[in-house]
Structure formats: structure tokens, C-alpha cells
Design a protein around this ligand. Sequence first.
Ligand SMILES: *[C@@H]1O[C@H](CO)[C@@H](O)[C@H](O)[C@H]1NC(C)=O
Ligand SMILES: *[C@@H]1O[C@H](CO)[C@@H](O)[C@H](O)[C@H]1NC(C)=O
Length: 445
Amino acid sequence: MKASILSLSAALVTLTAADNPIVQTIYTADPAPLVHEGRVYLYTGHDDDGATTFVMNDWRVFSSSDMVNWQDHGSPMSLKTFSWATAQAWAGQAVERGGKFYWYVPVRHFSGAMAVGVGVSDDGPTGPFRDAIGEPLVMNNEIDPTVFIDDDGQAYLYWGNPGLWYVKLNEDMVSYSGNVQQVTLTAEGFGPRQGGNGQRPTTYEEGPWLYKRNDTYYMLFAASCCSEHLGWSTGPSAEGPWTYGGVLMPTQGSSFTNHPGVIDFEGSSYLFYHNGALPGGGGYQRSVAVERFEYGADGSLPTLDMTDEGAPQVGTLDPYIRQEAETIAWSSGVETEPCSAGGINVWAIDNGDYIKVKGVAFVDGAVSFAASVASQSSGGRIELRLGSVDGTLVGTCDVPGTGGWQNWTEIECEVSGATGTQDLFFRFTGGGGELFRFDWWQFSQ
Ligand SMILES: *[C@@H]1O[C@H](CO)[C@@H](O)[C@H](O)[C@H]1NC(C)=O
Ligand SMILES: *[C@@H]1O[C@H](CO)[C@@H](O)[C@H](O)[C@H]1NC(C)=O
């Protein structure tokens, strides 16, 4: 573990029953969830450890089929993707159209103005993404794009702080027709602001999130400043007019910003947001979290508190198919990196670190455990424990030295006593320093 994360490990112990925040290996911000083919893809920003202002150089992608175990897909897009961008990899959103994925993001243009760029992936929701047009899509020194494709195929891009702006995107998703429109911010549309002024007359601040449910269009946003809360408005079309609905999430959670993202998945509705809840967290070390919610019968949104528990698990995790080591409900001390065997692996594994995988269904029991590991030192052990990090030990796998941190080998060990649906803990033990790295695992019944 890195020193900055190491110092947090004692505090992490008190959070082991939690599933929020979603990611513990890095600080994440500005969630943008997307449902695609039975999985939730979560696009986020990335706050640097220890930064004392916004230091954000890349974006990250995570995915889950159960809302609690999240697979890390690394960083398929960064400031370097946009040759004209110099800084500030801030709050974006991705959408699929015609089999391609378009990821709209605000960045600082070399002229000094904030601009919105668009990355495109031909290879699915986890990228890699390239700069679609080689220049800003829009540039008016405002930020935080949200993208929405209406049922008639018309796509909209909204963005803005302190204003709220939009364009109608063309079907190619990388150009637009007509003029850039500015929404008139009225108290009726976005709620009156205490101490509002000409530039910020309403609670609308930044981070818009546009979607449609039945025949109602929803505009969520980060509200007031600072600290922000989340607010919501509705309208009869994607171009409004907007009517203020109320507070979606009060000011909570030791980050002076927030950012909404809403999806429906497997019959439930979810709000993603961010706070400073990870140890060491705060306004510049934020973490993405999630809550499940229900709409009112009239389509209204509830007011949601931030929780440590997060959303309940959808279904269970199958231990009899290969699972990635970087599919994590909770972890302590470890980090992730690109793997020479493809994808991502877990690294920075020291004595006492652990990974929790939630709701693992040992429906047919288990007789053995296999894993892919690498170690440039003399390795260590993976203890397989159920229920908690100190829970029932059902197997111990020795990890040998393999001659390099990316020289992968498969290990196998016996398992007994793993039955039922269990929270599975990989507890790593060994000597001093980094022990080994961990790519994937699988049980056999
Ligand atoms: C749309 O409204 C109907 C009731 O008018 C409701 O049964 C249905 O679940 C709603 N659809 C969604 C996606 O919420
Ligand atoms: C580790 O992997 C590298 C690259 O494949 C290879 O050159 C090297 O010989 C390997 N080392 C050992 C000890 O296997």
C-alpha cells in the first residue's frame, strides 16, 4: 500500500460493514452511471491522493452486475486523449449510440477556457476512448456536460456553471445543429437561492443530469454553493420549461461539491453521488457512492440521505466462473494497475491487507480454489475467510515468488467448509513489504 493510503487503514477497519463508498483503491468523483447489456458501467473522475486543490488528470470506469461488487476497468481516457487539453479532467457522462460509446467531458483548453470534448470508443463501454473530433465540441468557459437521447432519436447535450446551456446533437453525436441555447434560470424552474445574484439567481449551480421517465423529463443538478446539495426539476420536454421539484440530497458528507447520476437497473432506481467519506476524504479527495430509491406515485423524487450501507445486492456472485481480483465490494490497503495478461490486476498487497467480495453463492460447496498471482519477492499467502476478515478460515493458498511482478502463475489449494451465500474475504499475509499481485480467482465444487 502507498503511504497516503496506509495511514488510512486503521480508520478503514471501522467501515468494513459498509459498501459505500464504492471504490476504496483511489479517490473517485463525479459519477456517471450507464446501463448496458445487464451491467452498470460507472464513469468517474479521479482525485489525486493528497492534493490540496482539484488535481484531476484522468477518468476511470468501473462496472457491476449486482450494485455491490465493482470491477475496476482502469483509465481508458485521460487528459492525454485530448491533445488540446491542458488540465481539469472534470465531470462527464457517457452514452451509447449505434454500437459506439461517446464520453463527453469538460477540460481546460490551451487558450485557458473550459471546453467540452468528446471521446469515442468502438470497442464497448470500457474503451479505450480516442478524441472523436480533435477539438472542443463546445467551448464557452462552462463545464459538466450531461447527454440524453430522446425516444425520437434527438440527442441533447446540456452543461454549465454558473449558467445552464444546451445544444441539439446531430445523429453522429459529435456535431450539433442550431445555436447554443441558454436556459433562463428562474426561481420557479430551479428554486430560489438564499443570497442569489445575477449570475446565480436560483439554486442551480452545476453538474446537470438529464433523463426521461415515462413522459416526464428530469433535470437533476448540484445546487447552491458551498457546500452543495442536490436538487431536481422536471419538464414536459427535453427543452423544458422546467419546474423546480425540491431537494434530492441535502448537504452532507464532507465534500463541498456533489454530482448526481440516476439509472434504473433490474427493476430498481439508483442515485449515484459523491462525498468525502473515505478515510482522508474531503473536498479534493472525493468518493463515489450509491443509494437505491423509489419515485413517488406522481413521479416525484424523494430526499435521500447518504449512507455507509449503500444499495442492496442484486442477486449473488458466482464463484465457479473466473472472477477478477479487481472485482471488489470493499478493500483495505490494495491498489490496481494494468495487467500484462490483459485487463487490470491488484497490486500493493502487504501483510494484513484484504479484499471483500459480497454475497458469493457457494450453492454446490467448494473443494478447491485457483488464482493467478505474480511475485518478484518471496510471495505470501491468501487466506480464504467467510463472513468477516477474521471469519471462518476455509482455505489457505501459498503464493510463491515468480521472478517478476508481472510474471503470472496459477496456484491452487484445497477448500473445505464453504457453503451457502457468504461474504468472502481474501486476507493477505506474509513478510514485510509488497508480497505479490493478484489477477483472477475461481472455486471448483
Ligand atoms: C410509467 O407509469 C406507469 C403508470 O402510469 C407505471 O406503471 C410504470 O411503471 C411507469 N414506468 C416507469 C419506467 O416508471
Ligand atoms: C519474467 O517475465 C519476463 C517477461 O516475460 C521474462 O523476460 C523473464 O524471464 C521472466 N522472469 C522469470 C524469472 O521467469
